[in-house]
Design a protein around this ligand. Structure first.
Ligand code: PLP
Length: 487
């Protein structure tokens, strides 16, 4: 199968499949209803809520009916621990087919020598990557010294020795408060416990990554693994420079592109901004800007491929074969030319949203964006992130609060709101629509007052939520979700 032969419609333009998809979902809900009607009701309600809200959560999207329908099959019932062609269960020939297709599409789409489609989520993908790097760089000599060839031959005492050996390995990633992810060495996460960790941040003045400072810190700390990638940094990263730093200090360079994989797939990020040719190991989720099912992927160079392929049994159990099938469908969609247009629109729309905020006097972390994220500092409205998030939600604007660098309100209440454009871009929103979104957000925040008794409480001027609801309803009905899907 070639990418060109895939005729799946984009979720925003699915009208020609609407009748078939409507019938499929109506039938599915009827079957569900016969067992537990409350689940059928909740499922219908979730669609209604998603249709009726301005979804601006940067890590969310709307997968196509083809991707969603692929997950509801009997592949869910199959155990397939192991790797393609080498399973610990019988009768895995069809799982082999779907896993091989998911991996093939991922390799072709991202230009990677090797792809592993089994991780259940982004966190799993990162754990697989860390253990694969440790296995490649640390455990192999450790095992040889212990006189064993295979982890399965290790005794409890051998494991004890290995743990001690591995205990001081060093990981360096972007700090959580400047936009990194908790799996990049945050103390309460297993990544911060497995490794001796140090994080790099952004420049306090500009909010941007300072590669000279990262290099200086890496020279001093000498990490085994240097991680790049983020959840809340509104700018592009120069992965070529990061690789140079990794090479200089002998680190393995890992990139977690969970957030921006869609922009890589859609060739918005190319050259130094495309992580895949520069990283030894690249991980991602498949459900954010990539617009696939919830899940993870690991891409690797030949050197690391053997170790990544042992994600099961090292970190994972049985793969979610129904989700791997859906990954194959989503990756096939992402290989179509229309996905490149979609990815470019994500970035153009983020710029329009940022410009819309700036022209109305709001302050943005880094002063703007050049990816899919806009990080608004709500202290200029006298609010905490928590107050702003709740006031926006009351008006039907779904966002999430987020720390800003050196956040005066800490990680729980925060001082920022993170916006992302992938979901509404899927619905068909354009630059003018995003300017209007900025106007509506500013209207809500200007009309919200902190209550003064707590960092969570607030009051909103009468009529604000109603006005914003009505205005956003116009935007949403002009850009319907799953057009023609009669549910
Ligand atoms: N990596 C990054 C950069 C993320 O932003 C996230 C999720 O927000 C993850 C990993 C974890 O993904 P998951 O929620 O699928 O485990």
């Amino acid at each position: 199968m070639t990418a060109e032969s895939v005729t799946t419609p984009s979720p925003a333009l699915g009208a020609e499949y609407a009748e078939t998809a409507s019938a499929a979902y109506a039938a599915a809900l009827k079957v569900i209803e016969s067992v537990e009607p409350r689940i059928a009701d909740a499922t219908r309600q979730e669609l209604a809520d998603q249709r009726d809200s301005l979804k601006l959560i940067a890590s969310e999207n709307y997968a196509s009916p083809a991707v969603l329908l692929t997950m509801g099959t009997w592949f869910s019932d199959k155990y397939a621990e192991g790797t393609i062609g080498h399973r610990f269960y019988a009768a895995c020939q069809n799982v082999d087919t779907v896993e091989a297709l998911a991996a093939e599409h991922a390799r072709e789409l991202f230009g990677a020598p090797y792809a592993y489609a089994q991780p259940h989520s982004g966190i799993d993908a990162n754990l697989v990557a860390y253990w694969a790097i440790l296995n490649t760089r640390i455990e192999a000599p450790g095992l040889a010294e212990l006189g064993v060839k295979n982890v399965n031959d290790l005794s409890e005492a051998d494991w004890e020795q290995l743990r001690t050996k591995m205990g001081n390995q060093r990981l360096m990633g972007m700090s959580l408060d400047t936009g990194g992810h908790l799996t990049h060495g945050f103390r309460p996460n297993i990544s911060g416990k497995m490794f001796h960790q140090r994080s790099y941040g952004t420049d306090p003045e500009t909010g941007l990554l300072d590669y000279a400072k990262i290099a200086e810190a890496a020279r001093e700390f000498k990490p085994l693994i240097l991680v790049a990638g983020y959840s809340a940094y509104p700018r592009r990263v120069n992965f070529a420079k990061m690789r140079e730093i990794a090479d200089e200090v002998g680190a393995t360079f890992m990139v977690d592109m969970a957030h921006f994989a869609g922009l890589v797939a859609g060739k918005v990020f190319t050259g130094d901004e495309d992580p895949v040719p520069h990283a030894h190991v690249t991980t991602t989720t498949t459900h954010k800007s990539l617009r696939g099912p919830r899940g993870g992927l690991v891409l690797a160079t030949e050197e690391y491929s053997g170790a990544v392929d042992k994600g099961c049994p090292m970190v994972l159990g049985g793969p979610l074969s129904h989700v791997m099938a859906a990954k194959a469908v989503a990756l096939a969609e992402a290989r179509q030319p229309s996905f490149r247009e979609y990815a470019q629109r994500i970035a153009d729309n983020a710029k329009a949203l940022a410009d819309g905020f700036l022209s109305r006097g709001a302050r943005l972390v880094t002063g703007g964006t050049d990816n899919h994220i806009v990080l608004l500092d709500v202290t200029s409205f006298g609010l905490t992130g928590r107050q702003a998030e709740s006031a926006l939600l009351d008006a039907g604007v779904v966002t999430n609060r987020n720390s800003i660098p050196a956040d005066p309100n800490g990680a729980w209440y925060t001082s920022g709101i993170r916006f992302g454009t992938p979901a509404l871009t899927t619905r068909g929103f354009g630059a003018d629509d995003f300017d209007r979104v900025a106007e509506l957000v500013v209207e809500v925040l200007k009309n919200t007052q902190p209550d003064g008794t707590s960092k969570a409480k607030y009051t909103v001027a009468d009529g604000t939520a109603e006005r914003v609801h009505a205005a956003s309803a116009e935007l949403l009905s002009a850009n319907p979700l799953y057009p023609g899907l009669m549910l």
